[in-house]
Design a protein around this ligand. Sequence first.
Ligand code: BUP
Length: 444
Amino acid sequence: GGLDVPRVLLLPSAGMGHLIPFVRLAAALTARRIDVTVLAACSTVSAAESRLLSSLPSDLLLDFPIAPLDASLFPPSSDPFFLRMEGLRRSAHLLQPFLSASFSSPISALIVDISAASSFIPAAAAANIPCFVLFTSSAAMLALCSASPFLSLSSSEIDIAGVLKIPNYCLPPPLHDPNHLFTTQFVENGRALGLASGILVNTFPSLEPEVLFALNSGKVVAGLPPVFAVGPLPPARKMPTSLSPAIQWLDKQQERSVMYVSFGSRTMMSSAQMRELGAGLEMSGCKFLWVVKSTKVDRDEKGDIDEFVGKGYVRRVEGRGLVVKEWVEQEVVLSHRAVAGFLSHCGWNSVTEAAAAGVRVLAWPRMGDQRVNAEVVARNGLGLWPSEWVWEAEEGLVVGEEISKKVREVIEDKRLVETVVTVAAEAAAAIADDGSAQKSFALF
Ligand code: BUP
């Protein structure tokens, strides 16, 4: 084998929110002269994942097998991303045979997605391979996950080591049910973290200082392995060959005038809520670029935009707003000079991209880890989080007037303009040559 060149295997789980940070990590490790192979199930859940995998150099990628799930335990009607994650988690017995069939030289380390940690950490140990975890959300969520085996998740406020207080309504909703499969997985994966060789997380110290310090000083969980803040992971840059309609439209807009609206790759919105959002954006008088998603899985996306946002809407707002349903290059959008704000679901990748680009966030978290992430956004002055929207959405709808008011607030708030500049400077310092990410990679 190559003398002294470490070989690291990366094992991402399902969904763009997981695959993208792994691809970025692969680029970051390759740049540090590590021999990287991404093990990924090439029959993906979404078309976006397939496109991303096929854009990778072929020698970077190996197709990892997934064992079929028992349909009586996991009804095929469940969330397909969730089913795939569970499928991967239950495929750890395939690791050792797969590695002996695929590699003749020794493996230095495996980095596995948090959602498959509980099975792959022991499987890697059995194969004598040091196992690290990439935690694909915030350090705040990492603290919650690693402490979850020792917490009562039903208390009204969850106090983690006195440094992080999570109000109960901010928990990922399934965690309210101790018997939910998500809860079992979350707690099992959290418990397994103690057995990992280390944990990589896509954040940076100035964004989550207290939590990172607490994680690394044994305050959250005694004996937790080292936590490496390697973020914000820069996009694995490849310039677009042809400019998308969204970028061409942005090119024609004034500096810092546009609100970018997107709820991530797997969060859909009801048609009634979409219409309120459409009305709100129109009322705000701001320019906007809105990525509409009406289904969880992009392959199922059919029909006209008009069907979701209302007949005549797209034409009516023409010139002021562009509504698209295709994938946009979000990191290019966020760093475009015309973009001022981001109405976001607060998926963690989106938050780190907004932080790096210095774009103000209007947080509208909807599920999973998004409320915990929205708190990070609000705490750092990266944006505003109207948390009353949580209840308004639970009871019915967040109405257009309300949305319009908050959009204007984010666009006009002078203080936010200053705080996001600071956050962006800290993000840039974190990934500079002598920054925190470099130090974390060196330790790793
Ligand atoms: Br939609 C969309 N273009 O059109 P998150 C998303 N993205 O580049 P999610 C695009 O997908 P999880 C689009 O930049 C980010 O890197 C975006 O990840 C990119 O949310 C990623 O923000 C989305 O973490 O994932 O998709 O909901 O549920 O895992 O948080």
